[in-house]
Design a protein around this ligand. Structure first.
Ligand code: ADP
Ligand code: MG
Length: 383
């Protein structure tokens, strides 16, 4: 997984029951004909967060963002910003600005005129506009480029001008809909860091829509995963990766092994659940699970490839052992991913980190490997 671009926040207001959310979405539903674009969504976002709405195409992310901005009215539910019910307020009466996927810079205006456009409309004096525009140009590291026209800029520079324009009116809340969607992959990765950096400097609360899980993971303080108009999980990136709450989230975040099985029993003292699963040696999978689960419950067990240890011979003892043959190897530079097929026909992906960047994968096609992982590395999913 890519490294998070942001430092861990000093405080985690969502863990403090007394903390007041800056944005509160209460039971918001929006339908278009038969489509539930947003289906009874409730969500709190705290001041200074870089919050991501993550989901596949059509999951309702943009609709929720447009409801926050005031471009769309919910059928039911409320939106509060800083404690004020803004549900009935038009966009321009909200302390909110939105940056669209297509930046829609005015082609005939200079960069400076683009950035100052909203300020001029608001009747800000020319001198104050000039100062603010210069401040914004410096913020996005383009202090010399105010006189350029948009067509004299690179894609990344246009994206930064759009950001500067969106921040010029100093909104309390900035909404970004796939802000990096128009950039190619390399530029997008660099711009992710810049955007996080700028957000931390201005301190504005950001809510960003993206369908790119890696982008959400690297940029955000927290992520809400959306599916079919509903929020399925809200977590920090690390918690989402380590503790997906449903199969959907586990698969969406990607690169995970899912084992299917039925609960055999629960050791309450150890907090370990035993699951019948024929992909494992002995036919039993052990996973840490604090709450008892009734015998016979169908579960999926998620195990990250990097949590699995690889052995060339049968290991002495482990909570979980699977054995199989290497069917595929993906060499990714600093790591290799092995696809191991067990006798039961299950495929298990394991990750091996190379100590030296140049070193070759250790194992070969057809090799028999034993895989082990502790019960604590397995997450039991019942939904
Ligand atoms: P996302 O941004 O996650 O891709 P959207 O919020 O754009 O999803 O759309 C969610 C669902 O609502 C989709 O099925 C989409 O077709 C539908 N939808 C969104 N806006 C409209 C609209 N103005 N009219 C009709 N259907 C819409
Ligand atoms: Mg969208």
């Amino acid at each position: 997984m890519a490294q998070p671009a942001r430092l861990a926040p000093a405080t985690e207001p969502w863990k403090d029951p007394a903390a007041r959310p800056y944005v509160r979405i209460e039971g918001v539903t929006k339908t278009f004909g038969k489509v539930h674009a947003c289906d009874d969504i409730s969500l709190d976002v705290y001041r200074g967060e870089f919050f991501a709405l993550l989901g596949g195409s059509g999951s309702g992310k943009s609709t929720l963002l447009r409801i926050l901005a005031g471009f769309e009215a919910p059928d039911s539910g409320r939106v509060l910003i800083d404690g004020v019910d803004v549900t009935a307020l038009p966009p321009y009466r909200r302390p909110v600005n939105m940056m669209f996927q297509s930046y829609a810079l005015f082609p005939h205006m200079s960069v400076a005129q683009n950035i100052g456009f909203g300020l001029k409309q608001d009747g800000m004096p020319a001198g104050a506009i000039r100062d603010r525009v210069q401040q914004m140009l410096e913020l996005v590291q383009m202090p010399q480029l105010g006189n350029r026209k948009p067509d004299q800029l690179s894609g990344g520079q246009r994206q930064r001008v759009a950001l500067a324009r969106a921040l010029a009116k100093q909104p309390k809340l900035l909404l970004l809909d796939e802000p990096l969607g128009a950039l190619d992959k390399r530029l997008r990765e660099r711009t992710q860091f810049e955007l996080v950096n700028i957000q931390e400097r201005v301190g504005t609360t950001f809510v960003m829509v993206t369908h790119d899980q890696e982008e959400a993971m690297t940029m955000s303080s927290r992520i809400a995963v959306m599916d079919a108009g509903r929020i399925v999980q809200v977590s920090t990136p690390a918690a989402l990766y380590e503790y997906p709450s449903t199969r959907f989230v586990a698969e969406f975040i990607g690169g995970i092994n899912l084992f299917e099985g039925r609960v055999l029993g629960h050791d309450a003292a150890a907090g370990i659940v035993r699951i019948a699963c024929d992909a494992l040696e002995g036919g039993v999978l052990q996973a840490r699970h604090p709450d008892p689960l009734p015998e016979g419950t169908a579960v999926s067990v998620a195990v990250r490839p990097e949590k699995i240890d690889v052995h060339e011979a049968a290991p002495p003892r482990a909570d979980n052992v699977a054995a199989g043959k290497v069917r595929d190897i993906a060499y990714l530079g600093d790591v290799s991913i092995y696809h191991v097929e067990t006798a039961s026909g299950a495929e298990v992906r394991v990750q091996e980190t190379h100590v030296e960047r140049s070193s070759e994968p250790h194992y070969d096609w057809g090799d028999t490997l034993w895989l082990t992982w502790p019960a604590t590395a397995a997450v039991v999913l019942t939904a």
